[in-house]
Design a protein around this ligand. Structure first.
Ligand code: SER
Length: 316
């Protein structure tokens, strides 16, 4: 029987992944944890400060955890406000989870990486699996280092850590915090509320993105794949779709023709410029059968319908 621990369960991915894991393994077998509880959580929740090794070790051993999904991190934009603090939190939490998992005999660990690992000197279109990683942000540097630590723990200790480089994740169930791709979620909230949207990136800034359903399914499929299929022990490139702010605006306008957008690029523009425009995820497709289901228009439809319901707006 599996016992699951999720760290960072109150975050954008954590809220949705917790529900998916509860459905798969049973509510009582999933321990959601974070430094504060989100009102969305049902089931077992623990306040857990992952920077505290003893607390992590205690939680894993007390619950006899068999799988950990380690989602705690400070993201790309927010992380730049205090670089050393971001590095400390992102790396210390990783060491605490990897080390406590190893010592307590955890069977599998999921570690999310990001398109933020890429930086200057890459091919921006169809960025390959293994280019030089020269990230511009502390978040990106911590993820690039974390991927190598994942590989190290696998090679040295046999800890079965699996990882994907998520593109910007877009979902209606939760809000992102502190990322460079966050505009692609907030734009939908403005659109359903009939508010004008001011975008912090230029209209032509193409970035790789993925719909939440696809991101969650990728995570579960990777974790379910037979061990011998997992050839990449740093982190897999993962693609959903690619678009720029103008294209997502046009897609939303097909549903809400009155929607208006303006552009005021800020410091996040430079971060976005250093990231891929599209991702070559052929290795993930080959090794564990990855296949995204959503494109820009099917995602926009789902986002608008679900957010309308959330805000209690009846669609016309
Ligand atoms: N969505 C993240 C960010 O923008 C990328 O992993 O920071």
């Amino acid at each position: 029987m599996e016992k699951i621990l999720i760290t960072g369960a109150s975050g954008q991915l954590g809220i949705v992944l917790t529900k998916a894991l509860q459905k798969k393994y049973g509510v009582e077998n999933v321990i959601a944890s974070d430094i504060s509880k989100s009102s969305n959580h049902e089931g077992v929740f623990e306040i857990l400060n992952v920077t505290n090794y003893e607390a992590v070790d205690n939680c894993i051993s007390r619950h006899k955890i068999t799988q950990v999904y380690h989602l705690v991190a400070i993201l790309s934009a927010k992380g730049e406000a205090n670089p050393l603090n971001t590095w400390g939190i992102n790396m210390n939490t990783l060491f605490n989870v990897f080390e406590a998992s190893r010592l307590n005999g955890v069977k599998k660990v999921f570690y999310p990486s990001s398109i933020a690992v890429f930086g200057e000197d890459i091919e921006y279109i169809n960025t390959p699996q293994s280019p030089n990683l020269t990230p511009l942000t502390v978040y990106g540097m911590s993820k690039a280092a974390g991927e190598n630590w994942a590989n190290y723990y696998y090679k040295k200790y046999g800890l079965d850590i699996r990882s994907v480089r998520y593109p910007g994740v877009i979902g209606y169930q939760s809000l992102p915090g502190g990322g460079t791709t966050d505009y692609a979620v907030s734009i939908f909230h403005s659109a359903v509320k009939n508010e004008d949207f001011n975008c912090f990136l230029e209209s032509s800034t193409t970035l790789p993105m993925i719909f939440m359903d696809d991101a969650i399914r990728a995570t579960l499929e990777l974790m379910d794949a037979p061990k011998e299929n997992i050839k990449v022990r740093t982190s897999y490139n993962l693609a959903g779709m690619s678009f720029n702010p103008k294209q997502i605006y046009d897609s939303i306008k097909k549903i809400n023709p009155n929607f208006k957008i303006s552009y005021t690029p800020d410091f996040r523009q430079e971060i976005a410029n250093s990231w891929p425009k599209s991702i070559d995820d052929s290795q993930a497709r080959k090794d564990w059968g990855w296949q995204p289901k959503y494109n820009l228009d099917t995602m926009s439809k789902e986002m608008m319908e679900n957010l309308k319901e959330y805000y209690n707006l009846v669609s016309v």
